[in-house]
Write a protein that binds this ligand. Structure first.
Ligand code: DX5
Ligand code: ZN
Length: 223
């Protein structure tokens, strides 16, 4: 499968959200990555339902919604109604992950689990077959523009092995500090979806950066 690119709208210009949404529509991007932060699970607050709904109104590609909130099961239906196609919740925020993932699927969305940098991949052993996507956080969640944590490469390889062992079809998404430089090594390690905020929206020509990320090919040397 060709890898997917999901620009993170956290780094968009909120004063020009429609313009930046159009930019992504017209680019080679596959998804919109939408970060929801509650100021409790992470030390930052981003935006809520009204903004997601406006984005959905203009977006011509699926919304990949990443919930960085406590007790995410409270809002599964609301995010479906707001337009989410993929809904990712944090393992660290969910007491009944199995139930929540199945609720997400029942609502007709793809179900994702995100792992903070400190959470080992083996914690997914008994849940991987219920996941459509695993989001490996390659920064501590809460802010865009942070530096990539190198240990993520090992986690991608471990996750790939677990997915193969359990014959799961789940996608591996990498979120945080993705750049044009590390994209080839991430793909080589097994990444399927690259999220990029600052790399895209901090660039002079975001569409060209998206195109470059999309046409990146796996590095031959391991990262
Ligand atoms: C971080 C968010 C990321 C963030 C990525 O908590 O989950 O999606 O927007 O931003 P960059 O690509 O700038 O690290
Ligand atoms: Zn995210």
């Amino acid at each position: 499968m060709a890898h997917l690119i999901a620009p993170s709208m956290l780094s968009a210009d909120f004063g020009n959200l429609q313009r930046d949404t159009e930019l992504v529509n017209q680019s080679n991007a596959d998804w919109f990555h939408v970060d929801i932060m509650d100021g409790v699970f992470v030390p930052n607050i981003s935006f809520g339902f009204p903004v997601v709904k406006s984005l959905y109104k203009h977006a011509q590609k699926p919304l990949d919604v990443h919930l960085m909130i406590v007790q995410p099961e409270r809002y599964i239906k609301e995010f479906k109604d707001a337009g989410a196609a993929v809904l990712t919740i944090h393992l660290e925020a969910s007491t009944h992950l199995h139930r929540s993932l199945n609720q997400i699927r029942k609502e007709g969305m793809k179900a994702g689990v995100a792992l903070n940098p400190h959470s080992p991949v083996h914690l997914l052993e008994d849940i991987i077959t219920e996941c459509d996507l695993v989001c490996l956080m390659s920064v501590n969640p809460g802010f865009g523009g942070q530096s990539f944590i190198e240990h993520t490469y090992d986690k991608i390889r471990q996750l790939k092995a677990l997915i193969n062992k359990k014959q799961s079809h789940c996608l591996i998404e990498i979120d945080g500090g993705v750049t044009l430089e590390n994209a080839p090594s991430l793909l080589e390690a097994g990444a399927d979806v690259l999220v990029a905020g600052n790399t895209v929206f901090g660039a002079e020509d975001p569409k060209s950066v998206i195109a470059q990320l999309k046409s990146s090919s796996p590095a031959h040397t391991k990262g």
